[in-house]
Design a protein around this ligand. Sequence first.
Ligand code: GDP
Ligand code: MG
Length: 163
Amino acid sequence: AAPKIAIIGRPNVGKSTLFNRLAGKPLAIVDDQPGVTRDRREADGRLGDLKLRLIDTAGFDDLAAAGMEREMRAQTEAAVAACDLCLFVVDARSGVTALDETFADLIRRSGKPVVLIANKAEGRAGEGGRNEAWALGLGDPVAMSAAHGEGLGELYAAVAGKL
Ligand code: GDP
Ligand code: MG
């Protein structure tokens, strides 16, 4: 069976964009509104010659008003528990936030292998954020652009090295 890859991170960092990029077809809803992915989505995907089973997830902070943060956290924890490898996505443009640290702790506690992704790094916009991502202590971040399809070779090398 294809290894299960959970795409984890706070809302609006580009998880669903990455999911769609690796699935090769638009299955997850991408929206400018944070937290729009409320239910977990799965699809078969591909990265180079690797066949992957992708799990997209929602974040949870902005759903507090809807009383759903517990569910979102549970969904993230379930996806991490079910996966062989986490892709932990942060936003290289906005830098690392307290919520990113919460997700990092959750992943670290799980003991699952993780590839850290500094997304939205097209052009030179993501350089500062990449350094901040490095400080999360989850290894060297892969700087990429899910929206523009940049950095997929580096992502492939990182993922293949951990499966
Ligand atoms: P999610 O909440 O983590 O699933 O994030 P989405 O995939 O829904 O994306 C949130 C926003 O970030 C959308 O407006 C995307 O178009 C945008 N986005 C995603 N990836 C990139 C990227 O690589 N570069 C830039 N500049 N924007 C991106
Ligand atoms: Mg999403």
